[in-house]
Design a protein around this ligand. Sequence first.
Ligand SMILES: Cc1cc2nc3c(=O)[nH]c(=O)nc-3n(C[C@H](O)[C@H](O)[C@H](O)COP(=O)(O)OP(=O)(O)OC[C@H]3O[C@@H](n4cnc5c(N)ncnc54)[C@H](O)[C@@H]3O)c2cc1C
Length: 357
Amino acid sequence: MPISTSNKPRVTVLGSGVVGLTAALELAKTYDVTIVARNMPGDPPSLGWASPWAGAMWFGVDGSTPAQKKMQRASFDKFWKMAETMPESSAKRIDVFDFQNKTDISGESGLWYNFMPNFRYLEASELRLGAGSGMFYTSCVITPDTYLPWLQAQCVEAGVRFIRQEVTSLRQAAQFVPCEVIVNASGNGAKFLVDVNDETCHMVRGQVMLVKCAAPAIHISHGKHWSEYTYVLPRGDGTAIIGGIKEFDDVEPAPKEWLRKSIHERCRKLLPEYIPEKFEDLEIVRDQVGFRPEREDSVRVERELLPSGQKAVHAYGAFFIVFSCARWLIGEGLTGGGYVYSWGMAAEVARLVDASL
Ligand SMILES: Cc1cc2nc3c(=O)[nH]c(=O)nc-3n(C[C@H](O)[C@H](O)[C@H](O)COP(=O)(O)OP(=O)(O)OC[C@H]3O[C@@H](n4cnc5c(N)ncnc54)[C@H](O)[C@@H]3O)c2cc1C
């Protein structure tokens, strides 16, 4: 284990996904930071973490608290700037056609998305897949295969150390790398770590395909039910992620054949200009399965004094949609994720660590 010679306060971050890496980068401005994690950028594919498998686009989450909106917005602002000033990060600006089940989105969704660049409501003639309403705006998309190693390199440059280790508790992580504060950015790990054991966490299965596709804009249809959630998400490099699905507490690791066909069928209906009629004509680069870390009470960003006396700051989770079926049924389907929250969450984590010392 590398010994720190710094006299700055020490912070250990458990987790090297998008949340842990971004928090570590922010914390390294002030603290002596070490990341402890089982999975790290550059590893062979693994279902042990979610970040490599994300779409990953920025979108606003209906029903968020003001504090959650602030975190989401801070991430958007950062990605928007990065797309211009740090293209090597993979961040890109992209137009979005966002189709909703609801017929009236002039309420919260409208207000929420109003700040998005180029925002406008879609005309009835522009709606697809039986949507009741829709919005157009410009957002940002990230390519995790590029972004995660880029973030890790930024961390290394900022002095963050990385130690690969699986732990059974936050206490064990903090004993392994002694620290004043431990940050819990373990995603689904929060369900299993013995001193977190968050029973409100759920692993939400996603299955998508990375395909060759020249579509210039993201098309998302929320559908009437989570099984109709459909999107074509171009990455601006000639490929697109096509999906999607949310399967609650389903941990099947292999791509399901019926789902591959269903995704193709739905995406073809959504974007016939760019998705071939026959499944056989799809140019599939790879299938992707991942487990989103979601939580009944949405994101958890808060301090805790562990029974061992160790100071901790939690940073994980996203809104768990099944917990509020009514919202889903009226077409408010997006739950947000680590990318949507990452930069805002990192700033909040830094504030909470400051307050802990
Ligand atoms: C198909 C799909 C599409 C998605 N699309 C989007 C999107 O468009 N936008 C968006 O914002 N989000 C999206 N998400 C969700 C997003 O992927 C997750 O919210 C995000 O990656 C969570 O990041 P994280 O850093 O919290 O967790 P993870 O990436 O899971 O990282 C957890 C880290 O903790 C470590 N860890 C856990 N337990 C232990 C342990 N016991 N010991 C040591 N280390 C441990 C892991 O090894 C890993 O390093 C999508 C997800 C899927 C599956």
